[in-house]
Design a protein around this ligand. Structure first.
Ligand SMILES: Nc1ncnc2c1ncn2[C@@H]1O[C@H](COP(=O)(O)OP(=O)(O)OP(=O)(O)O)[C@@H](O)[C@H]1O
Length: 310
């Protein structure tokens, strides 16, 4: 049975902390061998969901199956088969890098070679350094090494690249891609849209403890109601009211960042022609003019709102 089941299956998951509803009826499925990214604003319930899957939290309601097992009652069977990279490390402050990895390796039946993993993750030069003296990025990478050393079938990565420099982030991305090629299932949380797009077979956007969108990045960014975007770059401060006056009703135009413009609505050949004619009339050179889909970030902000979460 367990080989047939998804790597993770959640149905109607609920979890409250006092008056706070962290997870409010979440349904989710991670097929075996796939990478699923959970996206959501701060406090959306991502970490709580992941911790329930790992068996660290008990749900109030709903069904949880991880590799076909109940993480709460069958944790002993499950733990050797999963890898966990929690948010913010989780090692003893005094333990040395290499020692930590050997400790975790000793708890697993068929560990990877710790020396190889340290080299893979660029931690060889700090193998004798204590955890508390590692940089934040090195601590993150050690935490990832600990999650992977037991050759898990399923890995939980909670914001795996938070605080990493671009080189280290790329390394983690390569590792996740390699895991996927090896048939390992991955559930990761992230705030980085490009990370979700680069790594995940499917993206689930959660808000207020519920899934508000679920699909491939391509599906999620597909033009909704025929709406696409016309983007171009030019000098800053164009009078967009004038541009809008030239377009039919129902279009919007924004300067997203200085000199970075987007016209939204049904982008057809007439609209492209109107915009370029308007630019010509106003001696505006529209550079990098292109008709595009919405970005994943736009989809995310449209679904979860643009206000800052506390
Ligand atoms: N142990 C706890 N006790 C009380 N409230 C909690 C606890 N853990 C989480 N919460 C609350 O539950 C909600 C969901 O938190 P959670 O950490 O799951 O969100 P998240 O999506 O992972 O957020 P972030 O992106 O900031 O990491 C928040 O309102 C949080 O304050």
């Amino acid at each position: 049975m367990s080989n047939e089941s998804p790597a993770v299956l959640l149905r109607g998951l609920e979890k409250r902390f006092g008056d706070t509803t962290a997870v409010a009826g979440l349904d989710l499925s991670v097929p075996r061998g796939s990478v699923l990214a959970l996206l959501g604003p701060n406090g959306a319930g991502k970490t709580t969901t992941v911790e329930i899957c790992e068996g660290f939290q008990r749900p109030d309601r709903g069904e949880v199956r991880v590799l076909g097992l109940d993480p709460h009652t069958q944790g002993e069977q499950l733990r050797p088969r999963i890898g966990v990279m929690p948010q913010g490390g989780g090692a003893y402050p005094g333990v040395r890098t290499e020692e930590m990895l050997h400790l975790v390796a000793a708890c697993t039946a068929n560990p990877l070679d710790p020396a190889w993993l340290l080299e893979m993750l660029g931690l060889e030069s700090v193998r004798r350094t204590s955890y508390k003296r590692l940089s934040g990025g090195q601590q993150q990478r050690l935490s990832l090494a600990c999650a992977l050393i037991g050759r898990p079938e399923l890995v939980f990565l909670d914001e795996p690249t938070a605080g990493l420099d671009p080189q280290a982030r790329r390394l983690v991305w390569e590792l996740v891609a390699a895991l996927r090629r090896d048939g390992v299932s991955v559930l990761l949380t992230t705030h980085l849209m490009d990370e979700a797009e680069a790594l995940a077979d499917r993206v689930v956007i959660v808000d207020h403890g519920r899934a508000v969108a679920d699909g491939t990045a391509e599906e999620l960014t597909a033009p909704a109601d025929g709406k696409q975007e016309l983007r171009f770059r030019s000098q800053t401060g164009l009078d967009l009211d004038l541009l809008l006056a030239a377009l039919p009703e129902g279009y919007t135009a924004d300067e997203l960042r200085p000199g970075d413009y987007v016209v939204r609505g049904e982008i057809n050949p007439q609209v492209v022609s109107t915009v370029t004619a308007w630019c010509a009339q106003h001696s505006v050179l529209a550079q990098e003019l292109r008709v595009t889909r919405r970005s994943l970030e736009d989809v995310f902000l449209d679904l979860t709102g643009r206000e800052l979460r506390s």
